[in-house]
Design a protein around this ligand. Structure first.
Ligand code: ADP
Ligand code: MG
Length: 216
């Protein structure tokens, strides 16, 4: 059990899955954003992840460790995506690199730390708190689950619960008024609509889960 190690190709395969997922859900994510934003969230993510996917073969060979891979993917999102989500997801992946310098593989416990580093970066950049109706409302409930992971727990089960809690966090954005981002301007009119970034956040983590299920 404790032998599970997530190597660079785990992350590369996950990024491929995320790229596929955002293509398939482009209209869905943009529709959520059009209800209370400017309708481009799905488009923004496809712009970013198409470029990531294009560069993955090169990144797979040219990056020295997991840290460099995560940093480069984050930088692509940061530089290619115009909307708020580009810098936010860009920082998320870039900061996942923090504790992975020199590592060719990480344990699931270390993966949990990577996620925490990523979420902290999103909070640092966007300054959103829980219940501000942003992706943070999905990211934080997921963090609580991963922070509780202990050696001996089942990583797949843990990530399943993490994604479930993230989904619930996204559901909880529906009745909220937004305190950050574009939908802030709508005031009470944002009530009754899900935040788009909270949806993409759990969907992204779900791809980490789907790829984990394929690891041996
Ligand atoms: P834009 O708002 O520039 O059009 P996107 O549509 O791609 O960018 O992304 C919008 C999503 O970004 C929102 O649904 C929200 O989840 C997230 N977001 C916006 N501002 C913040 C923030 N300050 N902190 C965290 N997430 C944010
Ligand atoms: Mg938008």
């Amino acid at each position: 059990m404790s032998a599970l190690m997530l190597n660079k190709s785990y992350f590369i395969e996950t990024f491929k899955k995320i790229a596929d997922m955002v293509e398939k859900n482009r209209d869905h994510l943009s529709k959520l954003d059009s209800d209370i934003g400017d309708g481009d969230h799905g488009i923004n993510l496809t712009i970013g992840f198409r470029e990531v996917e294009k560069q993955l073969p090169l990144l797979s060979d040219s990056t020295a460790d997991i840290a460099e891979l995560m940093k480069k993917v984050g930088m692509i999102l940061l530089s290619k995506v115009g909307g708020a989500s580009g810098p936010l997801y860009g920082s998320f992946f870039m900061k996942m690199a923090n504790n992975t310098t020199g590592k060719q593989a990480v344990t699931f416990k270390e993966f949990c730390q990577m996620y925490q580093d990523g979420v902290e970066a999103v909070q640092m950049r966007g300054k959103a708190e829980l219940n501000d109706k942003t992706m943070i409302d999905a990211l934080i409930p997921g963090l609580k689950v991963l922070n509780n992971y202990k050696e001996g727990d089942d990583p797949i089960k843990t990530l399943e619960i993490c994604v479930d809690e993230m989904k619930k966090g996204s559901d909880l954005t529906i009745p909220l008024v937004a305190k950050k981002g574009r939908s802030m301007r709508l005031g009470e009119r944002a009530i009754g609509h899900r935040d788009a970034g909270s949806e993409s956040a759990w969907m992204i983590m779900n791809e980490f889960l789907q790829q984990l299920k394929l690891e041996k």
